[in-house]
Design a protein around this ligand. Structure first.
Ligand SMILES: NC(=O)c1ccc[n+]([C@@H]2O[C@H](COP(=O)([O-])OP(=O)(O)OC[C@H]3O[C@@H](n4cnc5c(N)ncnc54)[C@H](OP(=O)(O)O)[C@@H]3O)[C@@H](O)[C@H]2O)c1
Length: 414
């Protein structure tokens, strides 16, 4: 960096080397640049590495208490136990902590925030910590909250189709390794055991994910439920403020690199109408409706990876219940499912707080695909001025536009 310290709030990204931390750096680099210094933090293993953010190379620091000196906002993209120990250390130093781990999500005095759904909760943080929901919950919550507001949700049945990257960099690496091991052999997948023999022990998943699906994500909880299934239930209830909501989920890992999908059957207090629901969703911030089965256009990870919105389609009136809808949602588990949601929360905090270190200044913006630059004085609070949120009648070309801009960022990092 040249020309002395940048004015603006100081951001720390803890876990900057991991799967979420990497996307966090990309997201911060592609949104309005509202930050002064950005500090990259990881374990001692990574200290001294140079990583890109905002087009600059920044040296990774080791996670220590002193690393939070002068920091305004810290995003934690680290395993639960690391957040459990270090988030309170940062908060005790006056840092606003935005934690993406599962360490604090269900604590009653820690808000669980999705800016499109419950933004006010970001300002109710007695412990100085804001939790970001699990990536699977985040892949459905923006859509479900719109329907809940209109029709009052009574019950939800969910089946997830979760990407390998939901298990971190190790999950992505395992899937790519397995795909390489099975590639080219057209005999595989036709006999029990042949994929196991070719793909190895399953790496991060305990079973091969290539050429397979695994009806399991997370760790074992009581009565055979997985931790991931309980997160969908508990977190959805907390975010919607509906503690008695009936929710049942089955989580399945599929051989997709990025992009969690869910098939949902949702039952409401009032009668619902698919067209009306589709219209409401098409007007909701952070949601993109892609629902043209006649031309084979549905929400799919291959179109959604690297983009911001939660995409919803296959919206159908239940054939047996006028109070119920069936639908399919898909979102990037590393963007809205983690990094983007955290960036939105940070922008929300900055827009509504007097940061001692923050002086108003011109904000550098990116304006991909011909969109107008964002206002220099209005940080984006809920993604509504991000490229994808300016919806058009051609959502797929819009997604392609954002994918291109994300790819450009990724290429800049290579
Ligand atoms: N993957 C997803 O889809 C997703 C979505 C939402 C939330 N999350 C949550 O986000 C968090 C990070 O997940 P991830 O998928 O990015 O995991 P990951 O790829 O395994 O990255 C873990 C990060 O934590 C750092 N770290 C590990 N131990 C540390 C320690 N003792 N001190 C300091 N830094 C340490 C690592 O640094 P080194 O490189 O130095 O080891 C790395 O930067 C987890 O809590 C996860 O549950 C993940």
């Amino acid at each position: 960096m040249t020309g002395g310290p940048r004015p603006g709030p100081v951001l720390a990204i803890v876990g900057a080397t991991g799967a979420v931390g990497t996307v966090m750096r990309e997201v911060i680099s592609s949104r309005a640049d509202i930050w002064g210094e950005i500090r990259l933090i990881a374990s001692a293993r990574s200290a001294g590495r140079m990583l890109p953010i905002r087009g600059e190379q920044v040296m990774v620091k080791e996670l220590t208490a002193d690393a939070f000196d002068g920091v305004d906002i810290a995003m934690f993209d680290v395993p639960d136990e690391v957040s459990q120990e270090w988030a309170p250390v940062a908060a005790a130093r006056g840092v606003a902590v935005i934690d993406k781990s599962g360490a604090f999500r269900m604590e009653p005095d820690v808000p669980l925030v999705v800016p499109e759904v419950n933004p006010a909760q970001a300002f109710n943080r007695p412990r100085g910590i804001i939790a970001v929901p699990n990536c699977t919950t985040l892949s459905l919550i923006v859509v479900i909250s719109v329907l809940h507001k209109a029709y009052r949700l009574r019950e939800m049945f969910a089946a997830s189709y979760q990407a390998a990257s939901g298990a971190g960099q190790a999950g992505t690496d395992s899937l790519y390794d397995q795909l390489a091991a099975v590639a080219g052999d057209r005999t595989l997948g036709q006999q029990a055991g042949d994929v196991r023999a070719a793909a190895g022990d399953g790496g991060a998943f305990g079973a091969p994910l290539a050429l397979n699906v695994i009806p399991w994500a997370g760790s074992l909880r009581s009565d055979g439920w997985s931790s991931e299934e309980l997160k969908i239930r508990n977190e959805t209830r907390k975010i919607l403020g509906a503690p008695d909501l009936r929710i049942s989920a089955t989580c399945v890992r599929v051989p997709v690199v990025v992009g969690h999908s869910l098939a949902l059957h949702v039952v409401f207090d009032t009668e619902v109408e698919a067209d009306q629901a589709r219209k409401m969703l098409s007007e909701a911030p952070g949601v993109l409706v892609v629902d043209r089965p006649e031309s084979g256009e549905f929400p799919m990870p291959v179109d959604v990876a690297g983009t911001d919105p939660t995409v919803v389609g296959r919206i159908r009136q239940s054939m047996d219940d006028p109070h119920a809808l069936d639908l399919f949602v898909c979102g990037d588990n590393l963007r809205k499912g983690a990094a983007l949601n955290a960036a939105q929360i940070a922008e929300l905090l900055i827009a509504h707080a007097n940061w001692p270190l923050w002086q108003p200044r011109e904000i550098r913006t990116t304006a991909p695909c011909g969109s107008a630059p964002a206002s220099a004085s209005t940080p984006r609070l809920n993604g509504s001025s991000s490229p994808v949120a300016t919806r058009t009648a051609t959502p797929f070309s819009e997604l392609a536009c954002v994918t291109a801009s994300a790819a450009a960022n990724a290429a800049a990092e290579a």
